[in-house]
Design a protein around this ligand. Structure first.
Ligand code: PLP
Length: 468
């Protein structure tokens, strides 16, 4: 399998980046009943080659420019192999002490490297907070909102201890910007709370006045602002909310939890020159970033830090006898920090990656992506048929033909159908745009120039076909 993986990674470039298959293609190729007798490896691997690979989208392909990077590297793959072999289910300290303790240590490493306040670092003197690895950013947002909901209900119950918790739900209201990821909306849906989706400014940034106005209006109607989810590095355009303005507004409320979702951009804060983008973090109650996006760690590895771990675990603790152990009082039991009980040994891959590259190697990787995004931006700007729509600060460029949305839609559809390049669309400032993200670990200037040539060739063909 190791040889197979090495070959896959080496030969990726010679394949289409996206598969050319129709929905249901696999059902025709795989028996509808499970085999009764064991099969041999050769047959299984032949089917991988002939049936599975033709339907795979190659996220590690140098021509993959969709979404955000899907982190990947040899140290990370090897760590996951070892984690799979150990196969422990580290829900408590006792269930596998190394699994729990390494997670706390590497979360401190990464939290410090990002520049989070000491309150978020478990080993910091006087800290009541800490970090935990979750499966996804969506889960980080959900558990943060859950903790915030619990905190607000406890606050509202202080004079009405006998009232049922759910009686307070209709009063709770959360806020985020239109640029926030849809997982915030999903979390509100799951938790049965209202969410106001607010308009950001012309740079995609949620500002003080907008939030304040919405909160004042809600409070005048008897509602309780309990949660604000801000975004550093939005999915559509990599825009940044103004934390320095929003933070004090949350702090002025009796029970408003401030969450910072930096699923992609947060990783980049390990570079000292990018730390100004984190200004205002001192107001946050929780912060998440995904090393499985932009830190060469394979999915899943989504890191959440909280300022006060008791406020998180208070919302999640259940403690049956069969999960208790003699060291519960002094050890961390991560089952209280999230939704699932069972947990993989995920810290191993974060540890391998940080050690094998060193922070300097990871900084180099991020800076290379940023430099290449700037190069792509300069190529777009030189062609007066196109415009760049976002402020290119990290590895994402949003661009479009200076033509109606329908023309841009056709351009993207034909490029994707060619299998030569893969990008996705979004809406920025009310316009349909194409997102170009630098994703591959060893992305080069040549890859960027290949991409731009492919885009301009398709654009010339398309514009040539349009009536003048
Ligand atoms: N938040 C942001 C800013 C994102 O860009 C994404 C996904 O791209 C998410 C949240 C959701 O991430 P996940 O797939 O880990 O739930």
């Amino acid at each position: 399998m190791v040889d197979y993986i090495c070959q896959y990674m080496t030969n990726l470039e010679n394949q289409r980046v996206t598969p050319d298959v129709e929905p249901g293609y696999l059902r025709k190729l795989i028996p509808s009943e499970a085999p009764v007798e064991p099969e041999n490896w050769e047959d299984i691997m032949n089917d991988v080659d002939n049936k599975i690979m033709p339907g795979v989208t190659h996220w590690q392909h140098p021509r993959f420019h969709a979404y955000f990077p899907s982190g990947n590297s040899y140290p990370s793959i090897l760590a996951d192999m070892l984690s799979d072999a150990i196969g422990c289910i580290g829900f408590s300290w006792a269930a596998s002490p190394a699994c729990t303790e390494l997670e706390t240590i590497v979360m401190d490493w990464l939290g410090k490297a990002i520049g989070l306040p000491n309150d978020f670092i478990t080993s910091s003197k006087g800290s009541r907070g800490g970090g935990v690895i979750q499966t996804s950013a969506s889960e980080c947002v959900l558990v943060s909102m859950l903790a915030a909901r619990n905190q607000a209900i406890q606050y509202l119950k202080r004079n009405k201890p006998h009232v049922e918790d759910n009686v307070f739900l209709p009063k709770l209201v959360g806020y985020c910007s239109r640029e926030a990821h849809s997982c915030v909306e999903k979390a509100a849906k799951i938790l049965l709370v209202k969410l106001r989706i607010l308009e950001p400014d012309e740079n995609g940034s949620l500002r003080k006045e907008t939030l304040l106005e919405a909160m004042e209006k809600d409070k005048a109607n008897g509602m309780v602002p309990f949660f604000v989810s801000t975004i550093l590095g939005s999915t559509s355009s990599c825009s940044f909310d103004n934390l320095q303005e929003i933070g004090p507004i949350c702090k002025a409320e009796p029970c408003t939890w401030l969450h910072v979702d930096a699923a992609y951009a947060g990783n980049a804060f390990i570079c000292p020159e990018l730390k100004p983008l984190l200004k205002g973090i001192e107001y946050a109650d929780s912060f998440n970033t995904n090393p499985n996006k932009w830190l060469l760690v394979n999915f899943d590895c989504s890191c959440l830090w909280v300022r006060c771990r008791m406020r998180l675990t208070h919302a999640l603790v259940v403690d049956p006898l069969y999960l208790q152990h003699a060291n519960s009082d002094e050890a961390i039991d991560y089952r209280h920090w999230g939704i699932p009980l069972s947990r993989r040994f995920r810290s191993l891959k974060l540890w391998f990656v940080i050690r094998k590259y060193g922070l300097s190697g990871l900084q180099k990787y991020i800076r290379n992506h940023m430099k290449l995004a700037k190069h792509f931006e300069s190529l777009v700007k030189k062609d007066n048929r196109f415009e760049v729509v976002n402020d290119v600060r990290l590895g994402l460029v949003c661009f479009r033909l200076l033509a109606p949305d329908t023309v841009n839609q056709t351009l993207l559809a034909t490029i994707n159908a060619s299998g030569k390049l893969h990008m996705i669309p979004s809406m920025v400032k009310g316009k349909y745009i194409i997102r170009f993200c630098v994703t591959a670990e060893r992305a080069t200037r040549d890859d960027i120039e290949y991409a731009w040539r492919t885009i301009t060739e398709h654009a010339s063909d398309l514009l040539g076909m349009l009536p003048t």
